[in-house]
Design a binder for this molecule. Structure first.
Ligand code: NAP
Length: 236
């Protein structure tokens, strides 16, 4: 493991069972980090673990959980503290698009689910990981937003609102973390060749869209101890 830039560091990634989160987990694992991978789909998490090992990384710690269950998210920090004694990198990547449609026509459950996963779960993630991130010599948190946060569009209301609120929360948290070495930033991935993108744009040729690995490589520098920006919204 000598020479890998994240050797000795522990990284938590949400939505690591597929798509962009899986690619981020693989990039962090390949760089030597001990990855803690979460998502609901255990099979998907195992595929991510296989890919990390194939890239020469440590076996990942797999934590299947539903981010809509705040009490389960609250257990992540204490569990990681007990198992690894530290946490250096937090990636709040998991997200849902929800049903696209007129705001006033949406079932209440759809609204609640999008806000629960895209916003409230990340608040739980912040509070459960903050003690460990503060204790790290280079705590780095990155939350994945969407260009939709700044560009409202008909039929995308809950998704755009959840991401706009997430950005506000992350920038606020970054200011609060400034009494420690920890940094928190927002990453806008642009468009990514994933299941979510295919659901949003069914007519699009996926081959014209950047791969998760290509986009993960752009997020990766925000996880390094050398990253000094904080409270910023950083696009691809
Ligand atoms: N693709 C794009 O073009 C694009 C553009 C802008 C922003 N983004 C953002 O990028 C991030 C990653 O999206 P993606 O494109 O990779 O989407 P994706 O392929 O649909 O993956 C979403 C991930 O989130 C997890 N997730 C969803 N609901 C969950 C829940 N209730 N509990 C736990 N995990 C849950 C999924 O895991 P399980 O199903 O296993 O739970 C999956 O790993 C999202 O925040 C998205 O908003 C994507």
């Amino acid at each position: 493991m000598m020479g890998k830039e994240l050797t000795g560091r522990v990284a938590l990634v949400t939505g690591a069972s597929r798509g962009l989160g899986a690619a981020i987990a693989i990039a962090l694992g390949a760089a030597g980090a001990q990855v803690v991978a979460t998502g609901r789909n255990a099979g998907g998490l195992e595929e991510t673990d296989d890919a990390i090992r194939a890239a020469g990384g440590l076996p990942a710690s797999l934590v299947p959980l539903d981010l809509k269950k705040g009490d389960d998210v609250d257990m992540l920090g204490p569990t990681i503290a007990q198992r690894f004694g530290r946490l250096d990198i937090v990636i709040g990547n998991a997200g849902v698009l929800g049903r696209l449609g007129p705001i006033t026509h949406l079932p209440a459950k759809d609204w609640a689910d999008v806000l629960a996963v895209n916003l409230t779960a990340n608040w739980h993630l912040m509070r459960t990981t903050e003690p460990l991130l503060r204790a790290s010599d280079a705590g780095r948190a990155v939350f994945v937003t969407s260009g939709r946060a700044a560009r409202p569009k008909a039929y995308w209301g809950p998704y755009g609102a959840s991401k706009a609120a997430l950005e506000h929360l992350v920038v606020t948290w970054a200011q609060e973390l400034a009494t420690s070495p920890a940094k928190a930033n927002v990453f806008d991935p642009g468009i990514v060749r994933t299941r979510m993108r295919a659901a949003a744009m069914p007519g699009e040729d996926p081959m014209t869209v950047p791969t998760p690995a290509e986009v993960a490589a752009k997020l990766f520098p925000l996880c390094l101890p050398s990253e000094m920006r904080t409270g910023e919204i950083i696009g691809v």
